[in-house]
Design a binder for this molecule. Structure first.
Ligand code: 4EH
Length: 230
């Protein structure tokens, strides 16, 4: 089984590379892809660089060039739901692009003709994630993730995204990865640990908690591999 694990930033995949210790590095399309093996699983790991376009390229490459059969995204996110605090883990049930706006033509926000506002993640992977989190003593909540090419650090913008998409967390890559995986029929899931509250303090909070929150997400991903190898 070939499993892709991707993040957007170097810090989001570093805990994984440190865990696997030995890996092969392949350069492709202005990026680096890391091949590792873990208990019979073939892993292909990469960080895309920030944003939807980079994330789409990386997800497509992981699937089409490296043959990934499942894809797990690991990273951090800004909280929109006030119940979510720094370090809390979210698994996406569905994702939307909050920055898509062709409402001038009567379409809902996030909608692109011949597409859907929301893309669903793989139910089996979400189910496994819950089982693994429970066994590991990690708190994991399901949520809707809203993705856009903006670092959200403004309460008005934050509330608009929350109320328009019923979203619990926001980030800059998940929904684009979802569109790619859905189109190519690759089961996928997006895991994010909260780094900030997407408000006026978000920049500071993000800088302080990027590394520790990225580690929380990576911890869950590693525990999931033990389950997926079966
Ligand atoms: O990959 C981008 C990173 C921020 S931009 C999206 N990631 C982190 C998730 C995220 C996020 N996205 C939107 C965490 N909090 C978010 C928020 N809004 N409030 C970045 C960060 N550091 C250096 C350069 N760019």
């Amino acid at each position: 089984m070939k499993i892709a694990i991707m993040g957007a930033m170097y810090e989001e995949i570093t805990p994984l590379l440190e865990f696997f210790k030995t890996y092969e590095t392949i350069e492709y399309a202005n990026n680096r892809y890391y091949k590792a093996s873990y208990q019979g699983l073939e892993l292909i790991i990469a960080y895309s660089k920030i944003g939807k376009v980079n994330a789409s390229l990386t997800a497509s490459t992981l699937i089409e060039k490296f043959g990934a059969e499942k894809l797990l995204f690991s990273g951090v996110a800004g909280a929109l739901n006030p119940a979510l605090k720094v370090g809390d883990l979210v698994v996406a049930t569905r994702l939307a692009q909050h920055d898509v706006d062709i409402s001038a033509f009567g379409h809902p926000f996030g909608y692109i003709p011949e597409g859907c506002v929301y893309v669903q993640t793989d139910e089996t992977l979400v189910h496994i994630a819950h089982r693994v989190a429970k066994a590991q003593g990690l708190k994991l909540v399901e949520g809707i993730i809203a993705t856009g090419d903006q670092f959200i650090c403004d309460s008005t913008k934050k509330e608009w995204i929350r109320s328009t998409f019923q979203a619990d967390a926001t980030e800059m890559e998940g929904a684009s990865v979802a569109v790619v995986c859905d189109a190519l029929h690759v089961p996928f899931c997006v895991f994010r640990a909260i780094s900030d509250a997407a408000d006026m303090d978000a920049g500071f909070s993000f800088d302080e908690f990027l590394v520790s929150s990225a580690q929380e997400s990576a911890k869950l991903i590693l525990a999931m591999l033990d389950e997926l190898k079966r």
